[in-house]
Design a protein around this ligand. Sequence first.
Ligand code: HEC
Length: 254
Amino acid sequence: MWKRACVLAALACVALGGPASASEGATHPPAQDWEFNGLFGTFDLASAQRGLQVYEQICHACHSLNHVAYRHLGELGFNEDEVAAIAANYQLSDGPDENGEMFDRPAEGSDFFVPFFANEEAARAGNGGAYPPDLSLIVKARSGGADYIYAFLTGFEEPPDGEELPAGRYWNEYFPGHQLAMPNILDVNTVEYTDGTEPTHAQMAWDVTNFLAWAAEPQMMERKQMGLKVVLFLLVFTALMYAVKRKVWANVHH
Ligand code: HEC
């Protein structure tokens, strides 16, 4: 009896399209018109360059980018001097030297992005116990990809009536479970874009998502170009084989 009532109630909920309780699940991120979408899509390099600025000046304070080396930024359109200048803003521990001592030195193009926190424990301690995940592959690691990351960064809201948030927890429409330890950082912090673009919340979210999409798959453009070449080759090859077949069989009478 109760079972049937539950099933009916669940069906009614589905039929009416009523939202599940706000504390469960998460809203589906809306699809965005990314320049890298589709078969011929390419990265919007100007946006990704601005996104690097957002990452460096805002996200880096909590999130590492362990799988990206400074020299990779060459693919985003920075020349060698610019890459060296970006890297030199960071200090890392190296060594040991001839006396067996570790020493600090500025990062170079061949180094990977230097994290703000020395290790996961330090990152957790700085964030109320929550771990800010490494962002190198986050666009690939989350269902919804770039659409999700953009929706997430623009999805911080006041909690619905009746929802109590513990101290140090924030409300996000798109985050599974809605409550998380990351504040609505793009409302609090802003960057001054070197190309003069207005740094609105949505613009910074868009740019940093473009940057992270590139970081997660820097070879995407090459991959698509190669795919295109292979398809073209196969088309030409098919036409050629067809012509050969016609020629070989031309004098055979059935
Ligand atoms: C003050 C520290 C802090 C800053 C600055 C910060 N974050 Fe976070 N972020 C966190 C923490 C902590 C979490 C983990 C939250 C949790 O699991 O409760 C997180 C989680 C995330 C997630 C994962 C969400 C998921 O689905 O698991 C993404 C993506 C993210 N942050 C992106 C960014 C970006 C992009 C920026 C820069 C615009 C940024 N964060 C700036 C602390 C920060």
